[in-house]
Design a protein around this ligand. Structure first.
Ligand code: CUA
Length: 303
């Protein structure tokens, strides 16, 4: 949150530091006055001198009412200004749908492109996110780029985001949504048009045709329970409960940021997902070691 990579995040960062320094000054003033009071009382002893002038009343009104009112009103004005600026981020060129699931992110681009858990955006352009959920309330939060926005079943919330620099920002579900809430992460990759456009064109293509070594893996996969939940565009696999796997090998992580997308992790994830992400909807897959390695080889070709 304190290393902003986008305009909205920069405003939130500014607001955070403003409130931090106000709190530091107020805390130091209160602690200082308390120390003075303690020292004075110690020096004078326990008796109260009734003839002493009561200077306390105007001080309480100033320090207890007027000063806090001025501080809180100023912060309210600044945060209202920032909220308006964040909400009206500008004309979005691209709309991306993000749909929360327990516990992963479905991502849709215009033109039937579907992916999961990794969102690419063109740098320097306003992108509109339309977020919703199919089960419980999740919250879409990419702290380096934008404020968080709740994903509510039956409702679409909108968030405009502009990444200022190329780079990858981690996002996190920010609303408790069950056992694997903490393992519901995503990545936003901001890149120049020269990289974003080819990426999107590739994502729009059907799955690459497997090479001679990987054809067996596709056959095994199509005979397995995998196809009940996953779609691989261009093949008969057309399940919709789990992430679209058409270009799964191009993604950096598996299981919504839980593990890196490596050969070993992919095999482990397919054979015993429950030991990696207990409670995940994906059941263990009953494949022999040879079948598993053929399926992994096929999936690794899906770039
Ligand atoms: Cu989804 Cu927490």
């Amino acid at each position: 949150m304190l290393s902003p990579e986008g305009e909205s995040a920069r405003r939130i960062d500014g607001l955070w530091w403003l409130m931090f320094w106000i709190s530091v000054v107020v805390f130091a003033a209160v602690a200082g006055l308390m120390a003075v009071a303690i020292v004075r009382r110690r020096r004078r002893g326990p008796e109260v001198d009734a003839s002493e002038p009561r200077w306390g009343d105007p001080f309480v009104v100033i320090a207890g009412v007027i000063v806090p009112a001025v501080i809180l009103t100023s912060v309210l004005v600044v945060s209202a200004r920032d909220m308006v600026a964040i909400t009206n981020a500008g004309d979005a060129q691209l709309t991306i749908e993000v749909i929360g699931h327990m516990w992963w992110w479905e991502v849709r681009y215009p033109g039937g492109v579907e992916t999961a858990n990794e969102i690419h955006v063109p740098v320097g352009e306003t992108v509109r996110f339309e977020v919703s959920s199919v089960d419980v309330i999740h919250s879409f939060w990419v702290p380096e780029l934008a404020p968080k926005v709740d994903m509510i079943p039956g409702r679409t919330n909108v968030l405009d985001v502009r990444a200022e620099r190329p780079g990858t920002s981690r996002g996190q579900c920010a609303e408790f949504c069950g056992l694997q809430h903490a393992n519901m992460a995503l990545f936003v990759v901001a890149e120049a048009r020269a990289e974003f456009d080819p990426w999107l064109r590739n994502e729009a293509l059907p799955a690459p045709v497997p090479g001679p070594g990987a054809t067996a893996g596709l056959g095994i996969l199509l005979d397995s329970s995998c196809v009940g939940c996953h779609t691989i565009r261009g093949t008969e696999a057309s399940g919709t409960l789990g992430p679209d796997l058409t270009h799964v090998a191009a993604r950096q992580t598996l299981a919504a940021g839980t593990i890196a997308n490596t050969h070993e992790n992919l095999a482990a994830w397919i054979s015993h997902p429950q030991s990696i992400k207990p409670g995940a909807v994906m059941p263990p897959t009953d494949l022999s070691p040879q079948e598993l390695s053929a399926v992994v080889e096929y999936l690794e070709g899906l770039t």
